[in-house]
Every structure is written in structure tokens, then in C-alpha cells.
Write a protein that binds this ligand. Structure first.
Ligand SMILES: Cc1cc2nc3c(=O)[nH]c(=O)nc-3n(C[C@H](O)[C@H](O)[C@H](O)COP(=O)(O)O)c2cc1C
Length: 329
């Protein structure tokens, strides 16, 4: 019998399929179902940095427009009670700790390292097993150098590390001018995990109404090549665990990410599309494949197809592209 257990962020997981942060990890009922269908852990829906800062300053009127990196968010917060959001979030963590046995990671969507990191300790005190920092910054400021942009990641990690002892993971996007270098340096800051990658909604334009739309909420299976490439390239160079996220829609995709060197995967879109119970099917697929290949443990094959483990490392680089377009294969 194959043993699907793995270790991610220093925590033993019963298998490598984590329910990623999404609307499906925002209530106790959903989280209990995710556990029942086999999820190894859950990452709660992200709290937004702005929500924490409003609570810390206690009074929205004292929050100036300058408190918001994106001024339009202040109008959004006028419309609902932030205090409730935080109270509900802390209660959700506490309830989860009573009702489910799988690890529960809190998640914060952040864009600065100012003020809000104090709050990380509150999430830890409520029982979160770990903290995922969803650093949601699109490098679109032309007045900023790459170094200035990247500095923020390191500041956020440093400030949050001062507040908590639970393991921290950083969830990043692949928009970086030197991704390999950034991943390597981030992985050596003392964080326990890196999630490659977050996925932004993509813009589209309605050409009849002249409106910009946010589209492609859910990923496609083909997108799993993006984390696959970077996990394979980075697996042997990082100082923390790597979790693959984006485009993982079946058990085979999980196996591929593990072969590339991930220690766990995070899934969201497939659970929206096929239902939470689909985790069971994914786990059966992984188990069947392991039995078929005579692998008893994930460590028997994990990383076997990373850049250094693979017999064809060029496939992760430009050489393959050259061969293809020169008609040499
Ligand atoms: C409806 C929806 C809501 C999401 N909300 C969050 C969130 O609050 N925080 C976060 O870090 N990621 C969020 N994500 C991103 C997912 O956690 C995941 O990283 C991304 O969707 C890629 O995985 P997938 O291809 O399996 O969907 C959300 C995704 C979806 C589809």
C-alpha cells in the first residue's frame, strides 16, 4: 500500500493535496467537507491587509486615503463592517481547531509591511498552524527598480517573523525580472515554504460597452506547466519547501509537481469545477500510480524530474525551443 504522506513547512501532511485559499475555505462547513474528502490541509481565504489596518486603527475615519496603497479600496471598505470580518476570521480558526484535525493555515493578502504584521500574532494565538502571506504586488510602477520592488518581500517576511513562531509561507506570482534569483533569496530568509504561484484574475475588454473586465477566474489544466517549470528549476536550490499551485486539476498533475520537486500542491479551480469530493479521485489516482510503479513513499520519487534529476534538463530551458523551431525534432 502506498503511503501518500509528505512534510510541508515542517508539518506532516497525510497527502500532498492542500485546499488552496479560496471561497471554499471560508466556512467551517466547507472545511469539514474538505477534510472528509481527503484534503491534507486548508489555507483559509485571505484576510486583506487593509482589513487588519482598519481594525488596528479602530476607526475608519482615522484611516486616511494614504493608508491605502490602492486608494479605491477605501470606498469598498466604507460599505461593510471590517471588525466583524476579523472576529469571524479568528472564530473560524478556533472552530477549525476544535472540529478538524488537518492543519489550518491562515492567509493574509498584503501589499506593504506597515502596521498589519502585529496582527499575525493574533492569528497564531487563535490556533493557526501556519501563516501564508499572499503578497499581491504587480510590478507595474515604472518609477521603481526591480531591487526596490523586491525589497518589499523581504521587509514583509522580516516584520512578520518578529511576531510569530508558527511556520510562514510566502505565496508569490511569477511576475519578476529575475524569478530564479528572487525565489532562491526568499527561500533562505527563514520562511518554511514558498507557494509557486498565485494566480491573478486576468483583464479583458468588453468592446461593446468599453469596460475592462476581470476574467479567467478559474485556471486551465495547461497552466500547470508554469509552476512545473519553476519548481523543477528551483527544487535543488531553495532553502525551504515548495508548494505548487495553478492549473493542478487531477492526480497526474500532482504527481508531476512532486516529480519536479514540490513537497505539496494547492488546488482551488478544480474544486470549484468538479466539487470538493474530487480530491478523493485525485488521491486514488496518485495512490494507483504509486502502486503501479512500486513506490511506497513519496520520497521514493519526489524530485526525480527536477532540473538536476532529469535526463533532459534542456526541456525546462530554451534549447528545446530552438530545436523545435529549427525543425530538429
Ligand atoms: C474564487 C477564488 C478565490 C481565491 N481567493 C484567494 C485568496 O483569498 N487568497 C489567495 O492567496 N489565493 C486565492 N485564490 C487563488 C488560489 O488559492 C490558487 O492559488 C489559484 O487559484 C491557483 O490554483 P488553481 O489553478 O488550482 O485554481 C483564489 C482562487 C479562486 C479561484
Amino acid at each position: 500500500m502506498a503511503d501518500l504522506s509528505t512534510t510541508y513547512m515542517g508539518i506532516k501532511l497525510r497527502n500532498p493535496v492542500i485546499a488552496a485559499s479560496s471561497g471554499l475555505t471560508n466556512s467551517l462547513e466547507d472545511i469539514m467537507e474538505l477534510e472528509q474528502y481527503g484534503a491534507a490541509a486548508v489555507v483559509l481565504k485571505s484576510l486583506f491587509e487593509e482589513e487588519i489596518r482598519i481594525e488596528l486603527e479602530k476607526d475608519l475615519s482615522r484611516m486616511t486615503r494614504e493608508s491605502f496603497l490602492y486608494p479605491e479600496t477605501i470606498d469598498y471598505y466604507d460599505t461593510y463592517d471590517v471588525e466583524d470580518t476579523l472576529t469571524t476570521y479568528l472564530k473560524l480558526i478556533r472552530d477549525c481547531k476544535q472540529k478538524v484535525t488537518i492543519p489550518v493555515f491562515a492567509s493574509i493578502n498584503c501589499v506593504t509591511a506597515e502596521k498589519w504584521p502585529y496582527y499575525a500574532a493574533t492569528l497564531q494565538d487563535s490556533g493557526a498552524d501556519g501563516l501564508e502571506l499572499n503578497v499581491f504586488i504587480l510590478p507595474s510602477d515604472t518609477s521603481q527598480t526591480a531591487e526596490e520592488h523586491e525589497k518589499l518581500y523581504f521587509e514583509i517576511i522580516e516584520k512578520v517573523k518578529e511576531q510569530v513562531t508558527i511556520p510562514i509561507a510566502l505565496k508569490i506570482s511569477y511576475y519578476s525580472s529575475n524569478l530564479a534569483s528572487l525565489i532562491e533569496r526568499l527561500s533562505k530568509t527563514g520562511i518554511a515554504g514558498l507557494v509557486l504561484f498565485n494566480r491573478f484574475y486576468s483583464p479583458d475588454i468588453d468592446i461593446d460597452r468599453f469596460e475592462v473586465l476581470a476574467t479567467n477566474v478559474f485556471s486551465n489544466p495547461e497552466e500547470m506547466s508554469i509552476p512545473l517549470r519553476w519548481i523543477a528549476i528551483m527544487a535543488d536550490r531553495v532553502g525551504c519547501d515548495l508548494a505548487a499551485s495553478t492549473g493542478i486539476h487531477d492526480g497526474k498533475a500532482v504527481i508531476k509537481q512532486l516529480l519536479a520537486g514540490a513537497t505539496a500542491t494547492q488546488v482551488a479551480s478544480v474544486l470549484y469545477r468538479k466539487g470538493k469530493e474530487y480530491i478523493k479521485t485525485m488521491l486514488n489516482e496518485i495512490e494507483g500510480w504509486m502502486n503501479n510503479k512500486d513506490f511506497k513513499y513519496i520520497s521514493d520519487f519526489r524530485g526525480r524530474m527536477s532540473l538536476s534529476g532529469s535526463e533532459n534538463p534542456a526541456a525546462y530551458y530554451r534549447v528545446q525551443f530552438m530545436k523545435h523551431f529549427a525543425g530538429k525534432q
